[in-house]
Design a protein around this ligand. Structure first.
Ligand SMILES: Nc1ncnc2c1ncn2[C@@H]1O[C@H](COP(=O)(O)OP(=O)(O)OP(=O)(O)O)[C@@H](O)[C@H]1O
Length: 287
């Protein structure tokens, strides 16, 4: 669905994306994670052709972005982080106006969502709250029934009820072998709800794209404890990250092997514990 090869993007002298490779298969919901400033918005904008790239190649639906993109745009929905367009337009007029640009437009869906999400078709966009505006941006993005839906922190301004309703709606609409959703978020509960694949953006690259369930099943926190402390953390098979906090050496490990960890602890004069981190802890450590 999306293929990125050696993508480079800098602002002035700040390198944001560095030789980034990424392949997103069709039929998946991908949660794009990374710290503030990691480059998530930049990456999403490059994918959609909204931001010029400095190097590398991007293909959508198997077609290089360098090809003319008229067809492609009908198959893409995008919800930007902020939505400040057309403050003078009324909600209904805005949707009708936008519909004219698309080959497909599901009017009954927009009507239902306006009702469900309590958006008044007669209200001016400029008078909507931030959260209402975000809802409108979401309605607008999914009405063309896109094959690829890209959302940049779509739920940041939504209240918990609206977030839940939105995620449910999104998953229902985008279910199907040819539909793909990529959304950036800091809210780990939403990723759990979506049973998303997690793509982690760090140091200008996608470090991995893996199903959430797999990360949850395989990653563990391993804690070695020793009163005399540690000059460096023990090195074990499957080590992803290590840190030292006083007597504790805390390791994030993939598929830890309890017996060899016990043996290592005995050799080091330490005790060892294997813990299951919460999803949020996991991301704090990985990002
Ligand atoms: N138009 C721009 N001009 C200059 N620098 C920019 C521009 N847009 C982004 N940057 C820089 O690029 C880096 C990545 O920004 P980006 O908005 O992509 O991060 P992000 O991961 O989406 O962050 P957040 O989680 O805070 O939304 C930041 O250091 C930012 O300052």
């Amino acid at each position: 669905m999306v293929t990125v090869q050696r993508l480079e993007k800098s602002f002035a002298k700040r390198e944001v994306l560095r030789a980034l490779d990424w392949s997103v298969p069709a039929g998946r919901v991908i949660g794009l994670l990374g710290r503030n400033g990691a480059g998530k918005t930049t990456l999403l904008r490059c994918l959609l052709g909204l931001s010029p790239i400095d190097g590398g190649e991007i293909s959508l639906f198997g077609v290089p972005m360098t090809e003319p993109g008229g067809e492609r745009m009908h198959r893409i929905g995008f919800v930007p982080q902020t939505f400040d367009l057309f403050p003078w337009m009324k909600v209904r007029a805005y949707l009708d106006f936008t519909a004219a640009f698309y080959a497909r437009w599901n009017r009954s869906l927009t009507d239902r969502l306006l009702g469900d999400w309590q958006l008044d078709p007669k209200q001016k966009i400029g008078q909507l709250s931030q959260g209402q505006r975000q809802k409108l941006a979401i309605v607008r993005a999914i009405a063309p029934e896109p094959d690829l839906l890209v959302l940049d922190e779509p739920v940041a301004s939504l209240d918990p009820q609206a977030r839940r309703a939105f995620m449910a709606e999104l998953l229902e609409l985008m279910r199907g072998p040819d539909k793909t959703v990529i959304f950036s978020t800091h809210i780990t509960a939403d990723l759990e709800r979506a049973e998303a694949d997690i793509a982690l953006l760090r140091d200008g690259r996608i470090q991995f794209t893996r199903p959430l369930a797999e990360l949850r099943a395989r990653l563990r926190r391993v804690v070695f404890m020793r009163e005399s402390g540690w000059s460096q953390a023990p090195v074990v098979a499957g080590l992803l990250k290590a840190g030292i906090k006083g007597p504790r050496a805390e390791l994030l490990v993939e598929d830890p092997m309890p017996e060899s960890l016990q043996a290592l602890a005995a050799r080091e004069g330490a005790t060892v514990q294997i813990e299951t981190p919460t999803l949020e802890d996991l991301f704090v450590e990985l990002a």
